[in-house]
Write a protein of this length. Structure first.
Length: 207
């Protein structure tokens, strides 16, 4: 059964009371996948970490716990999600360990070569320009920094039939890998790409 358009639209850019409800549901539905990416990134205690499309911000607390001497920054294009994530992370923000920024991924208001790790979970479906977005993530990663990118591909026929194509665009795994390589990253596919959603790890080249 296809998810209603207005529900999908709030997943892309949450607003109002319905957006708050969807944020609560998403915090539960995507948690295991967020942990899967965090584990794969092998986060160090002093890592600077970027969460692209941080949404409700549940992951920010866990990332901060895994990097107690580092810094965690979440970015999201939804004003409501930034508000929710900020409320959830208030004490960590006050301690200067976490920050939440209102921003799309195509033009991040962040410095070059700053982050050791970045994660992006179930977000790239909404990007208007995957190439530009991945280049921007690569820009803010340090040389040798690693991105954990988790998403459903166009091989997942159930997902394709469940979400409105006007909002959700499921790319081919090979296309995403090629775009990462063009962005200056070396790619490793977890589980040989046999499972959905796919987990791709990409390391920024030093040269």
């Amino acid at each position: 059964m296809r998810r209603p358009y207005f529900i999908a639209e709030h997943a892309r850019n949450a607003r109002g009371l319905l957006g708050r409800l969807i944020a609560f549901i998403m915090a539960r539905e995507t948690w295991r996948q967020n942990l899967r990416v965090m584990d794969a990134l092998h986060i160090e205690q002093d890592d600077h970490i970027l969460d692209v499309g941080c949404g409700h911000g549940r992951s920010l607390t866990e990332l901060a716990a895994r990097a107690p001497r580092g810094r965690v920054i979440g970015v999201d294009p939804s004003e409501l999600m930034v508000e929710i994530a900020t409320q959830r992370s208030r004490s960590l923000i006050e301690a200067a360990r976490v920050d939440v920024v209102l921003s799309g991924v195509e033009s991040l208001p962040l410095p070059d070569d700053f982050f050791d790790k970045a994660q992006c979970v179930h977000v790239l479906y909404f990007w208007k320009d995957i190439e530009r977005s991945l280049r921007e993530i690569a820009r803010v990663l340090k040389p040798g920094g690693c991105l954990g990118l988790l998403f459903r591909t166009n091989a997942d026929l159930k997902a394709i039939t469940s979400f409105p194509p006007e909002i959700y665009r499921f790319p081919a795994l090979d296309d995403v890998v090629a775009a990462l390589e063009r962005a200056g990253m070396d790619v490793h596919i977890s589980d040989d790409g046999a499972n959905e959603p796919a987990l791709v790890l990409a390391t920024k080249r030093s040269v």
